[in-house]
Design a protein around this ligand. Sequence first.
Ligand code: DGJ
Length: 718
Amino acid sequence: MTDKIDEAVELRTPVHLRAGGTSVVVAVDGGRLPRILHWGADLGPLGDDALADLHRAALPAIGDSTVTYPQPVPVLPQLAEGWLGRPGLVGDSDGRRWAPKFRHATYRLDDGPALRCTARDPEYGLTADIEIQVLAAGGLVRQRARITNDGASPYRVGGLELALPVPQEASEILDLTGRWALERVPQRRPFHVGEWVRASRGGKPGLEHTLLLVAGEEGFGFREGAVWATHLAWSGNQVLAAERTPAGTRHLAAGEVLLADEVVLGQGESYQSPWQYGSWGVGLDELAARFHRWLRSRPSHPRSPRPVVLNTWEAVYFRHDLATLVALAERGAEAGAERFVLDDGWFLGRRDDTSSLGDWSVDPAVWPDGLEPLVARVRELGMEFGLWFEPEMVNLDSELARVHPEWVFDAGHGPGPSSRYQHVLDLGHPGAYRYLLERMSGLVGSLGIDYIKWDHNRYLTDAGHGAEGRAGVRRQVLQVYRLMAELKAAHPGLEIESCASGGGRIDLGVLEYADRVWPSDCNDPHERLEIQRWTGLLVPPEMQGTHIGAEETHTTHRTHPLDYHAEKALWGHLGVEVNLLTMDDEARGAVARWIAFHKEHRALLHSGAVVHADLADAGLRLEGVVADDRSEALYAFSVVERSATWPPGRIRLPGLDDDLVYTVSAVYPGSPLGMVLPPWQRDGVTLPGRVLRLVGVEAPSLDVDRSVLIRVVSPPAS
Ligand code: DGJ
């Protein structure tokens, strides 16, 4: 068979995928796998001659003696082509078929636009199907690959990573880390030669997961500096990597981390990788806006106004009784809550976190008449009803674990150490899956549950399936997706929140099924400002749960005024988690005022573009939401640290239309105590967007952890 790869190749015209303000130009010549020549700014319409010349112009000056690092970087890099970096496909058949060489590629261009490539390695009997799409809503690029075993011997897939190239200007890497109650802490480093790898191996992305791996121009910010980022739409083990090779290439790779024998393909069987997404922008705001636009364009995106939540967790924890919870619901409804969510503590024997996970029936000791009386009162009050589950988890001290110990994951050494006293149920076991589906579906149906808070608190460290204890993480993720999908299909309108000790399962895989995420168990507004800001790189405000917590935050023991709690909760899917029963009338009145303010601006907050100013002073924050037509905006100016110089100086308002004229005023649904307001705030000012962008307005002088809202409207009121 002729191997055209090593011959001089006649160029075939590259394919130009163009949508949503993004161009992706892909080389498709010579029967080779696709290679992305450009990913980023829209290049405008390009004819065949220009595309052919773009290709020629993009070929590096490599002498005949160099066999390493083919350029441009192939979407699926292969050692057999000389690629010495992170491999695309890792696999083998008992030590054979380990260095695949896909070629004989054929291409098809579909609407979307989407490019589909099928390539074969005839000697190995493997086929690779690669799909590259540019999404019209948002201009994201996404790609995935399917590997099919055409041969008779089983083919074990050890990993499959795809690559999105970034240009040399991308010289700095940003990613996120964190821990319980402090998710999404940014970290930056230079993009040196080598690999910067962020992996999740606990069966979910995790609290420390980066969401996105970003590479950009040195010093990039929210408004400036070209940036490119990748994300894997997958809720299990995974790797995101940024690689710069000695040959000068840079790319962002993403793929699932596969455990021993998780994917062994029989003849004719395939492994499909999750979608790898790529976004780009000038500044992080544009990059994030692409994800937001895409999520908002999906038919499944929540369309109804996001109901203000009352969640019982920090209000009562495990202290459940009908009278208290009815009273809480009544106070919540008075304050304006629209959805009552009964958190952990309602099921058989669950008096604290040491027992009972898995026993998903209402505890008659606490709820002698079931949950029906509570649900009935909640409905009378005009609220929806939500219920907490942690479906994949089990306490060894539970009826379920006693009856079905074989449903608990075990990799050969027993169920492993507990975490929060719990272990993990193997949903790959048909009985366990059926049990959960029946219990959950039964309760959703009989109680008319509108919303599930779906928790997940233990990592999968011992996820062995069946008597042999074979690795079962991948199957677990697929079964969770299936369970969510089946529940939603059986109960149209049911909404799901993805929570995992806070923000431990946030990704575009679970967001195929979940309607919002819980970014963190930390309701401290000082921390929430940052957690929501960085979660917002991927998730739009209406999909981030943001709750008003107690003045003394339970997870940090720091105290803030209620107004600061409420202002930071304003920017997402608002909720209340504070115990309204222990608050005085004045404090409850303040909660009600903030809820009313949120409802007044909810349509803007949940549809507009999220913007952040790049302020020189690290102690200040300015962020906001600008309407799609840029006719209005709401910003929050906050002080998060004391600065060496004072007053804070001018703040320039991002995201407005240069040519519209706006009235700017300070609004504050809370108390203005402790603020020194600049003169313009007395009567407001009316200025063109260009002036607000380039000159700005003086910021108020605030104490630390205080904020002011700034409202901007066009045309100005006459
Ligand atoms: C962890 C979650 O993140 C909390 O919000 C709460 O639901 C508890 N679990 C309940 O046990």
